[in-house]
Design a protein around this ligand. Structure first.
Ligand SMILES: [Mg+2]
Length: 214
């Protein structure tokens, strides 16, 4: 349910400046959806990986991490594309607490804009876009905008949440406020950081929306 005062794209700060329009740019994979586990399960089902294999998570790029059954970017993209066609994006596990936490933020008039780089492999964008929207609906995730772009540092928001070291650094370079969503492959980056979608994280996010910790 969209708060009526935010139905207009021109909604902003009220005349007294007390009701600040807060925009949250929200990444999906590795933040709301467990892409790593979804790919692992798909590869196991496809007979390309043993069920008891849990690849190394200390590198963001799967071709650099040990345990995955591909060694080149092309091999990875091919497997990813097959998983996409098999509706990976419609069926992947949701990270614990995401729907509840985002509903609390939406109730507090945070404008949630999903920003994802899922169109990085061409040829089946219809599947990707429609499965992403289905997954968001199926998991009761509230959002106002859905942006498919890899150029995240061209977007301005009150706060961005991302897990990708490259995105976090690019956004920070552009002067944006980024909360790191904790994953083994981003532990060397400075915070602010959140490790789970729980009550504490929602409270912290609201506080950071009002005053960014410098
Ligand atoms: Mg991500």
């Amino acid at each position: 349910m969209v708060p009526s005062k935010y139905e207009s794209p021109h909604a902003g700060v009220d005349s007294a400046g007390t009701d600040v329009y807060r925009v949250l740019d929200l990444d999906l994979d590795g933040v709301c959806a467990d892409y790593t586990e979804a790919m692992r399960q798909w590869l196991v089902r496809a007979g390309r990986m043993a069920a008891d294999t849990f690849p190394d998570m200390t590198r963001y790029e799967m071709t650099l991490a040990t345990g995955w059954p591909f060694s080149t970017v092309d091999e990875y993209k091919q497997a990813h594309k097959e998983a996409e066609a098999d509706h990976l994006y419609a069926t992947m596990p949701v990270i614990n607490g995401v729907p509840e936490a985002l509903q609390r933020l939406a109730d507090a008039h945070v404008y949630i804009r999903v920003v994802t780089h899922r169109l990085f492999v061409s040829g089946q964008h219809q599947i990707v876009v429609s499965d992403t929207a289905k997954w968001l609906d199926d998991n009761h995730i509230p959002y106002m905008s859905l942006c498919f772009t890899g150029l995240k540092d061209t977007m301005h928001a009150s706060i961005h949440i991302d897990d990708s070291p490259a995105n976090i650094l690019a956004l920070r370079q552009a002067g944006e406020h980024v909360v790191v969503f904790d994953q083994p492959y981003n532990r060397d980056l400075d915070g602010p950081r959140m490790s789970a979608w729980d009550e504490t994280s929602v409270s912290k996010l609201m506080a950071w929306m009002n005053r960014w910790p410098e």
